[in-house]
Write a protein that binds this ligand. Structure first.
Ligand code: ZN
Length: 423
């Protein structure tokens, strides 16, 4: 039905209005968990989180959207359509510790502005539109691993609410109860009415800024693998053990780390490898370590390439250990397959960029996002807007209002296609 619907003119005054609205709401939400230098710490189910969610509810209601929350406390602002199939758009509202005001929150703000504009200018859609203010994505308080979108897709196991604890030993279930949410009701958060999901988000990297493109049409999220490498050698006195006699596991780790960097460079972008955590035992300045353990995180959008990448890295680890007479153990910490987003939504995003006259590029996401979880139950895709300086997860996260307005226009056009022209 309604395939002939035509979008009202989205002109310069609309763009100016969207920039002003988005800027105002970002500053309004920044207050909840505000720290030094404009930073934000808003952990799920904290007082700051509750205040932000109350504010989001108020804002959605101001736009005459029907507001509700699900069992885990995610908020929804609904514009009822002819059909019950839902086109969902938004992102998460929690932050990392001392993060910025844009990661996650900007996606909620952009979706709210876009759906608010459609409600005011286009009336009732064919498919129902909903703004999604997801409760939690960052795992910054609990190791909750996409809590909000896992609830939405029915992937929270019974017992998770009592098992996951924060650094003070409080369970996520008890934190939920303190917010008036009942962990026993989590299964009711599962959605079976989703027809599409579009997640706007800051890029969190430098690609758009460097290329001067304004929109990233994200067609996939990379696969992530993390291994933990433990090397055991022979500890000893830093002064008396000749170099020729040593089996130093930390020196072996250093060789592997430099080698992993070389392997990733040789594979070429977007392959990346990172050692983010390392520990040596016993750890005295005058002792040759007996053990060195580190994590190795490596990512690539193509699972076959990722297999080859892992093979090269494991070969390197074995060669270095053998060459230095070290015992080695390699354990898997994370094995997350990538996801390819819906080609039709990506094409729709591109057409919307062209209509809006903004520069765009297709790109993968190197970071994990809710869309990779929700994309397993309905067609999904993402759009990125530039992160100034490529910065993210720090207080100086920033995106220019002009870029945000362009992103909202692209989102308006895409959601219009999905909700007013498709049925
Ligand atoms: Zn995020």
């Amino acid at each position: 039905m309604a395939t002939t619907a035509v979008l009202s003119r989205f002109g310069a005054s609309d763009r100016a209005q969207m920039a002003a609205d988005a800027g105002r709401v970002i500053e309004r939400l920044r207050k909840h968990g505000a720290g030094p230098n404009g930073g934000v710490t808003r952990l799920v189910y904290s007082p700051e989180w509750r205040a932000a969610m109350a504010d989001i509810e108020e804002w959605l209601a101001e736009m005459r959207l029907a507001v509700r929350h699900d069992a885990v406390g995610s908020r929804f602002g609904r514009l009822v359509g002819e059909s019950s199939s839902v086109v969902l758009s938004g992102s998460h509202t929690d932050s990392v510790k001392q993060g910025g005001a844009y990661d996650g929150t900007l996606g909620v703000v952009m979706a709210g502005c876009a759906i608010g504009w459609l409600a005011r200018n286009m009336g009732k859609p064919a498919r129902t539109l909903e703004v999604y203010a997801n409760c939690e994505e960052e795992s910054s308080r609990f190791a909750s691993n996409f809590w909000g979108s896992r609830a939405l897709t029915g992937r929270i196991a019974t017992g998770d609410a009592d098992r996951l604890t924060d650094e003070n030993g409080e369970t996520i279930g008890s934190a939920m109860r303190a917010c008036g949410l009942d962990p026993a009701a989590i299964p009711s958060a599962r959605r079976q009415d989703l027809g599409a999901y579009v997640e706007p988000h800051i890029e969190q990297g430098p690609v758009l800024v460097e290329s001067r493109d304004v929109i990233g049409v994200v067609d996939r999220v990379v696969g992530v693998r993390v291994i933990r490498v433990t090397l055991n050698g022979v500890s000893g006195h830093a002064g008396t053990m000749p170099m020729a006699n040593r089996h130093d596991p930390l020196a072996g780790a250093a060789e592997i780390i430099a080698g992993a960097e070389r392997v990733a460079r040789e594979m070429g972008a977007p392959a990346v490898a990172t050692v983010g955590s390392i520990a040596a035992k016993p750890g005295g300045f005058n002792q040759i370590p007996g053990e060195a353990a580190f994590t190795l995180d490596f990512r690539h959008p193509d699972d076959h390439v990722l297999d080859a990448f892992e093979h090269e890295l494991r070969k390197l680890i074995q060669e270095v250990s053998a060459g230095r007479g070290l015992d080695v153990q390699v354990g898997q910490m994370l094995h997350q397959t990538g996801i390819k987003f819906d080609s039709k939504i990506c094409a729709s995003l591109e057409a919307s960029c062209s209509e809006s006259g903004v520069r765009w590029r297709r790109m993968p996401s190197g970071a994990g996002h809710d869309a990779q979880v929700i994309g397993t139950i309905c067609p999904a895709a993402m759009l990125f807007v530039p992160s100034q300086g490529g910065h993210s997860h720090r207080p100086d996260e920033h995106t220019e209002l002009a870029d945000i307005a362009s992103g909202i226009e692209v989102l308006v056009r895409t959601l219009f296609r999905l909700a007013y022209q498709d049925s």
